[in-house]
Ligand binder design. Structure first.
Ligand code: AVI
Length: 333
Protein backbone atom coordinates (compact mmCIF):
# COMPACT_ATOMS: atom_id res chain seq x y z
CA UNK A 1 0.00 0.00 0.00
CA UNK A 2 1.31 3.49 -0.85
CA UNK A 3 -0.13 6.31 1.25
CA UNK A 4 -0.51 10.00 0.51
CA UNK A 5 2.51 12.10 1.33
CA UNK A 6 2.49 14.91 3.91
CA UNK A 7 5.06 16.64 1.70
CA UNK A 8 5.78 16.14 -1.99
CA UNK A 9 9.26 14.86 -1.16
CA UNK A 10 7.87 12.08 1.04
CA UNK A 11 6.43 8.70 0.09
CA UNK A 12 5.50 5.92 2.49
CA UNK A 13 5.16 2.29 1.45
CA UNK A 14 3.62 0.03 4.03
CA UNK A 15 2.62 -3.57 4.25
CA UNK A 16 -0.88 -4.51 5.39
CA UNK A 17 -1.11 -3.67 9.15
CA UNK A 18 -3.51 -6.63 9.62
CA UNK A 19 -0.78 -8.94 8.33
CA UNK A 20 1.54 -7.56 11.06
CA UNK A 21 -1.15 -8.18 13.70
CA UNK A 22 -1.53 -11.76 12.46
CA UNK A 23 2.17 -12.35 12.76
CA UNK A 24 2.15 -11.06 16.39
CA UNK A 25 -0.70 -13.48 17.14
CA UNK A 26 1.16 -16.36 15.49
CA UNK A 27 4.40 -15.58 17.28
CA UNK A 28 2.69 -15.34 20.68
CA UNK A 29 0.74 -18.58 20.17
CA UNK A 30 3.95 -20.35 19.18
CA UNK A 31 6.29 -18.72 21.70
CA UNK A 32 4.08 -18.99 24.78
CA UNK A 33 2.21 -22.15 23.86
CA UNK A 34 5.03 -24.55 24.77
CA UNK A 35 8.38 -24.66 26.58
CA UNK A 36 10.90 -23.04 26.77
CA UNK A 37 8.87 -19.85 26.37
CA UNK A 38 10.01 -17.01 24.15
CA UNK A 39 8.78 -13.93 22.30
CA UNK A 40 10.56 -12.48 19.25
CA UNK A 41 12.29 -9.17 19.99
CA UNK A 42 11.01 -7.55 16.79
CA UNK A 43 7.68 -7.07 18.58
CA UNK A 44 9.25 -4.64 21.06
CA UNK A 45 8.77 -1.78 18.62
CA UNK A 46 5.19 -0.53 18.67
CA UNK A 47 4.76 3.21 19.41
CA UNK A 48 5.32 2.75 23.17
CA UNK A 49 8.25 0.39 22.67
CA UNK A 50 9.92 2.70 20.17
CA UNK A 51 9.56 5.63 22.58
CA UNK A 52 11.09 3.52 25.39
CA UNK A 53 13.94 2.50 23.10
CA UNK A 54 14.67 6.19 22.42
CA UNK A 55 14.85 6.65 26.20
CA UNK A 56 17.25 3.69 26.47
CA UNK A 57 19.52 5.36 23.92
CA UNK A 58 19.88 8.37 26.27
CA UNK A 59 20.65 6.30 29.41
CA UNK A 60 24.09 6.71 31.01
CA UNK A 61 24.55 2.90 31.06
CA UNK A 62 23.60 2.38 27.39
CA UNK A 63 26.86 3.58 25.82
CA UNK A 64 26.17 2.08 22.34
CA UNK A 65 24.32 5.05 20.86
CA UNK A 66 26.78 7.65 22.15
CA UNK A 67 29.79 5.63 20.98
CA UNK A 68 28.36 5.22 17.48
CA UNK A 69 27.42 8.89 17.35
CA UNK A 70 30.95 9.85 18.39
CA UNK A 71 32.39 7.87 15.46
CA UNK A 72 29.95 9.46 13.01
CA UNK A 73 30.60 12.96 14.37
CA UNK A 74 34.34 12.51 13.92
CA UNK A 75 34.43 10.44 10.73
CA UNK A 76 31.25 10.83 8.65
CA UNK A 77 33.02 12.71 5.83
CA UNK A 78 35.73 10.04 5.63
CA UNK A 79 33.16 7.22 5.78
CA UNK A 80 31.10 8.73 2.98
CA UNK A 81 34.23 9.37 0.88
CA UNK A 82 35.42 5.77 1.37
CA UNK A 83 31.97 4.43 0.49
CA UNK A 84 32.02 6.16 -2.90
CA UNK A 85 28.30 6.72 -2.38
CA UNK A 86 26.04 8.28 -4.97
CA UNK A 87 22.56 9.67 -4.56
CA UNK A 88 20.93 6.90 -2.55
CA UNK A 89 21.21 6.14 1.14
CA UNK A 90 19.26 3.11 2.35
CA UNK A 91 18.91 2.46 6.07
CA UNK A 92 17.83 -0.83 7.61
CA UNK A 93 16.06 -0.29 10.96
CA UNK A 94 16.20 3.52 10.84
CA UNK A 95 14.33 4.24 14.14
CA UNK A 96 14.56 7.95 14.99
CA UNK A 97 17.37 8.34 12.40
CA UNK A 98 19.08 10.82 14.69
CA UNK A 99 22.60 9.47 13.99
CA UNK A 100 21.79 9.08 10.30
CA UNK A 101 21.65 12.87 10.10
CA UNK A 102 25.43 12.88 10.32
CA UNK A 103 25.66 10.64 7.23
CA UNK A 104 22.99 12.64 5.40
CA UNK A 105 24.84 15.89 6.09
CA UNK A 106 28.14 14.39 4.93
CA UNK A 107 26.50 13.12 1.72
CA UNK A 108 24.83 16.49 1.11
CA UNK A 109 28.22 18.20 1.46
CA UNK A 110 29.31 16.20 -1.59
CA UNK A 111 26.12 16.52 -3.67
CA UNK A 112 23.07 18.77 -3.82
CA UNK A 113 20.37 16.10 -3.62
CA UNK A 114 19.92 12.75 -1.95
CA UNK A 115 17.26 10.08 -1.80
CA UNK A 116 16.94 8.45 1.61
CA UNK A 117 15.15 5.11 1.98
CA UNK A 118 14.56 4.38 5.69
CA UNK A 119 13.15 0.92 6.44
CA UNK A 120 11.59 0.35 9.82
CA UNK A 121 8.92 -1.76 11.40
CA UNK A 122 7.60 1.26 13.35
CA UNK A 123 5.38 3.50 11.24
CA UNK A 124 5.28 6.15 13.96
CA UNK A 125 9.09 6.35 14.11
CA UNK A 126 9.27 6.62 10.30
CA UNK A 127 6.67 9.38 10.13
CA UNK A 128 8.24 11.46 12.90
CA UNK A 129 11.84 11.11 11.74
CA UNK A 130 10.94 11.80 8.10
CA UNK A 131 9.03 15.00 8.93
CA UNK A 132 11.97 16.32 10.90
CA UNK A 133 14.56 15.40 8.24
CA UNK A 134 12.56 16.93 5.37
CA UNK A 135 12.18 20.17 7.31
CA UNK A 136 15.94 20.37 7.88
CA UNK A 137 17.33 19.26 4.49
CA UNK A 138 15.78 20.80 1.37
CA UNK A 139 17.92 18.58 -0.87
CA UNK A 140 16.42 15.41 0.60
CA UNK A 141 13.72 13.16 -0.78
CA UNK A 142 12.41 10.26 1.36
CA UNK A 143 10.90 6.94 0.28
CA UNK A 144 10.05 5.36 3.62
CA UNK A 145 9.27 1.64 3.87
CA UNK A 146 7.21 0.48 6.87
CA UNK A 147 7.89 -3.21 7.21
CA UNK A 148 10.43 -5.94 7.76
CA UNK A 149 14.00 -5.85 6.44
CA UNK A 150 13.17 -8.25 3.60
CA UNK A 151 10.81 -5.67 2.11
CA UNK A 152 13.66 -3.19 2.13
CA UNK A 153 15.91 -5.67 0.34
CA UNK A 154 13.28 -6.17 -2.37
CA UNK A 155 13.29 -2.40 -2.88
CA UNK A 156 17.09 -2.39 -3.02
CA UNK A 157 17.18 -5.10 -5.68
CA UNK A 158 14.74 -3.14 -7.86
CA UNK A 159 16.29 0.33 -7.49
CA UNK A 160 18.58 1.19 -10.42
CA UNK A 161 20.58 3.93 -8.61
CA UNK A 162 24.31 3.20 -8.26
CA UNK A 163 26.45 3.11 -6.26
CA UNK A 164 24.40 2.98 -3.05
CA UNK A 165 25.33 3.27 0.60
CA UNK A 166 23.35 0.93 2.83
CA UNK A 167 23.50 1.68 6.54
CA UNK A 168 22.69 -0.83 9.25
CA UNK A 169 23.49 1.06 12.43
CA UNK A 170 22.90 0.68 16.16
CA UNK A 171 24.31 -2.86 16.43
CA UNK A 172 20.98 -4.17 15.17
CA UNK A 173 23.02 -7.09 13.84
CA UNK A 174 23.43 -8.11 17.49
CA UNK A 175 19.79 -9.16 17.74
CA UNK A 176 20.44 -11.99 15.25
CA UNK A 177 22.27 -15.10 16.42
CA UNK A 178 25.61 -15.75 14.66
CA UNK A 179 24.11 -17.96 11.93
CA UNK A 180 21.16 -15.60 11.46
CA UNK A 181 23.53 -12.63 11.09
CA UNK A 182 25.54 -14.45 8.38
CA UNK A 183 22.37 -15.46 6.61
CA UNK A 184 20.87 -11.95 6.70
CA UNK A 185 24.15 -10.39 5.52
CA UNK A 186 24.10 -12.90 2.66
CA UNK A 187 20.62 -11.64 1.70
CA UNK A 188 21.92 -8.05 1.79
CA UNK A 189 24.97 -9.06 -0.26
CA UNK A 190 22.68 -10.59 -2.92
CA UNK A 191 20.75 -7.31 -3.13
CA UNK A 192 24.01 -5.31 -3.53
CA UNK A 193 25.88 -4.46 -6.71
CA UNK A 194 29.67 -4.46 -6.85
CA UNK A 195 30.16 -0.76 -6.05
CA UNK A 196 27.58 -0.63 -3.26
CA UNK A 197 28.85 -0.46 0.30
CA UNK A 198 27.27 -1.63 3.55
CA UNK A 199 28.03 0.33 6.74
CA UNK A 200 27.38 -1.82 9.80
CA UNK A 201 27.50 -0.57 13.41
CA UNK A 202 28.60 -3.35 15.79
CA UNK A 203 28.97 -3.43 19.56
CA UNK A 204 32.27 -4.99 20.65
CA UNK A 205 32.83 -7.64 23.33
CA UNK A 206 33.78 -6.14 26.68
CA UNK A 207 33.58 -6.63 30.45
CA UNK A 208 30.36 -8.45 31.35
CA UNK A 209 29.53 -6.01 34.18
CA UNK A 210 29.42 -3.09 31.75
CA UNK A 211 27.20 -5.11 29.42
CA UNK A 212 24.77 -6.23 32.12
CA UNK A 213 24.38 -2.63 33.37
CA UNK A 214 23.74 -1.47 29.78
CA UNK A 215 20.79 -3.89 29.63
CA UNK A 216 19.56 -3.48 33.22
CA UNK A 217 19.76 0.26 33.94
CA UNK A 218 19.25 1.80 37.37
CA UNK A 219 16.20 3.81 36.24
CA UNK A 220 14.42 0.64 35.07
CA UNK A 221 13.79 1.86 31.51
CA UNK A 222 15.03 -1.37 29.92
CA UNK A 223 12.81 -3.31 32.32
CA UNK A 224 9.80 -1.30 31.09
CA UNK A 225 10.89 -1.79 27.47
CA UNK A 226 11.03 -5.55 28.06
CA UNK A 227 7.69 -5.58 29.92
CA UNK A 228 6.07 -3.65 27.07
CA UNK A 229 6.00 -6.94 25.14
CA UNK A 230 3.45 -8.26 27.64
CA UNK A 231 1.63 -4.91 27.72
CA UNK A 232 1.41 -5.08 23.94
CA UNK A 233 -0.12 -8.56 24.09
CA UNK A 234 -2.65 -7.16 26.58
CA UNK A 235 -3.48 -4.21 24.27
CA UNK A 236 -3.59 -6.02 20.95
CA UNK A 237 -4.59 -9.57 21.74
CA UNK A 238 -6.71 -9.16 24.86
CA UNK A 239 -4.04 -10.62 27.14
CA UNK A 240 -4.43 -10.47 30.96
CA UNK A 241 -0.75 -10.21 31.94
CA UNK A 242 -0.07 -8.52 35.29
CA UNK A 243 3.26 -6.79 34.62
CA UNK A 244 4.05 -6.82 38.35
CA UNK A 245 4.12 -10.61 38.16
CA UNK A 246 7.37 -10.53 36.13
CA UNK A 247 10.98 -9.50 36.77
CA UNK A 248 13.32 -8.17 34.07
CA UNK A 249 16.60 -10.08 33.76
CA UNK A 250 19.77 -9.41 31.71
CA UNK A 251 22.58 -12.00 31.78
CA UNK A 252 25.92 -11.90 29.90
CA UNK A 253 27.06 -15.25 28.47
CA UNK A 254 30.78 -14.80 27.78
CA UNK A 255 31.34 -17.96 25.73
CA UNK A 256 28.53 -17.27 23.28
CA UNK A 257 29.11 -13.52 23.41
CA UNK A 258 25.51 -12.53 24.08
CA UNK A 259 23.44 -10.63 26.61
CA UNK A 260 20.24 -12.57 27.18
CA UNK A 261 17.05 -10.71 28.16
CA UNK A 262 14.15 -12.49 29.83
CA UNK A 263 10.98 -11.85 31.79
CA UNK A 264 10.96 -14.11 34.83
CA UNK A 265 7.67 -15.14 36.42
CA UNK A 266 7.57 -14.12 40.10
CA UNK A 267 4.98 -16.79 40.92
CA UNK A 268 3.01 -19.71 39.54
CA UNK A 269 0.39 -18.10 37.33
CA UNK A 270 -2.10 -18.68 34.54
CA UNK A 271 -2.67 -15.88 32.04
CA UNK A 272 -5.48 -15.81 29.50
CA UNK A 273 -5.02 -14.33 26.02
CA UNK A 274 -8.52 -13.83 24.66
CA UNK A 275 -7.79 -13.40 20.94
CA UNK A 276 -5.79 -16.63 20.90
CA UNK A 277 -8.13 -18.61 23.08
CA UNK A 278 -5.03 -19.55 25.05
CA UNK A 279 -4.19 -19.83 28.74
CA UNK A 280 -0.44 -19.49 29.38
CA UNK A 281 0.77 -21.43 32.43
CA UNK A 282 3.96 -20.22 34.13
CA UNK A 283 5.80 -21.60 37.12
CA UNK A 284 7.58 -19.38 39.66
CA UNK A 285 11.05 -18.61 38.23
CA UNK A 286 10.11 -19.68 34.69
CA UNK A 287 11.62 -17.45 31.99
CA UNK A 288 10.15 -15.95 28.85
CA UNK A 289 13.18 -15.33 26.64
CA UNK A 290 12.71 -12.00 24.86
CA UNK A 291 16.02 -10.97 23.27
CA UNK A 292 19.66 -11.80 22.65
CA UNK A 293 22.14 -9.03 21.99
CA UNK A 294 25.30 -10.54 20.50
CA UNK A 295 28.65 -8.79 20.87
CA UNK A 296 31.57 -9.23 18.49
CA UNK A 297 35.37 -9.37 18.48
CA UNK A 298 37.15 -7.96 15.37
CA UNK A 299 37.80 -11.58 14.27
CA UNK A 300 34.12 -12.49 14.64
CA UNK A 301 33.20 -9.47 12.48
CA UNK A 302 35.60 -10.57 9.73
CA UNK A 303 34.21 -14.12 9.96
CA UNK A 304 30.54 -13.15 9.68
CA UNK A 305 31.31 -10.77 6.80
CA UNK A 306 33.31 -13.41 4.95
CA UNK A 307 30.58 -16.04 5.44
CA UNK A 308 28.25 -13.63 3.61
CA UNK A 309 30.62 -12.95 0.70
CA UNK A 310 31.67 -9.57 2.10
CA UNK A 311 35.01 -8.14 3.25
CA UNK A 312 35.79 -5.43 5.79
CA UNK A 313 37.07 -2.56 3.63
CA UNK A 314 37.45 -0.14 6.57
CA UNK A 315 36.68 0.06 10.26
CA UNK A 316 36.34 3.01 12.67
CA UNK A 317 36.20 2.81 16.49
CA UNK A 318 35.19 5.29 19.21
CA UNK A 319 37.97 6.60 21.48
CA UNK A 320 37.11 4.12 24.28
CA UNK A 321 37.06 1.22 21.75
CA UNK A 322 33.59 0.05 22.78
CA UNK A 323 31.89 0.14 19.39
CA UNK A 324 32.84 0.08 15.71
CA UNK A 325 31.52 1.02 12.31
CA UNK A 326 32.48 -1.39 9.52
CA UNK A 327 32.40 -0.59 5.83
CA UNK A 328 31.70 -3.89 4.07
CA UNK A 329 32.27 -4.45 0.36
CA UNK A 330 31.37 -7.41 -1.85
CA UNK A 331 34.27 -9.90 -2.00
CA UNK A 332 36.42 -9.41 -5.06
CA UNK A 333 35.61 -5.74 -5.42
C1 AVI B 1 18.08 -2.54 18.89
N1 AVI B 1 19.11 -3.33 19.57
C2 AVI B 1 20.38 -3.23 18.89
C3 AVI B 1 19.19 -3.07 21.01
C4 AVI B 1 20.36 -3.87 21.62
O1 AVI B 1 21.23 -3.24 22.21
O2 AVI B 1 20.41 -5.09 21.46
C5 AVI B 1 17.89 -3.42 21.70
C6 AVI B 1 17.94 -3.25 23.18
N2 AVI B 1 17.46 -4.12 24.04
C7 AVI B 1 17.63 -3.67 25.24
N3 AVI B 1 18.28 -2.52 25.18
C8 AVI B 1 18.45 -2.23 23.91
Amino acid sequence: MQSAAPASRYTLFESDPHAQRASLAEAVAQGLGGEPKSLPCRFFYDAQGSALFEEICRLPEYYLTRAEREILEDRADEIVARSGAGGLLVELGSGSASKTRLLIEALLRRRRSLRYVPIDISRSALAESSQALLADYPGLEIHAIAGEYQQGLRHLRADPEAPRLIAWLGSNIGNFDRAGAASFLTDVRRAMRERDRLLVGIDLRKDGRILECAYDDAAGVTARFNGNLLARINRELGGRFDLGGFRHEAVWHEKEGRVELSLVSRRDQEVAIRALDLVVKLREGERIHTEDSFKYSPEEIAEVASAAGLRVAARWLDAAKRFCLNLLAPHGD
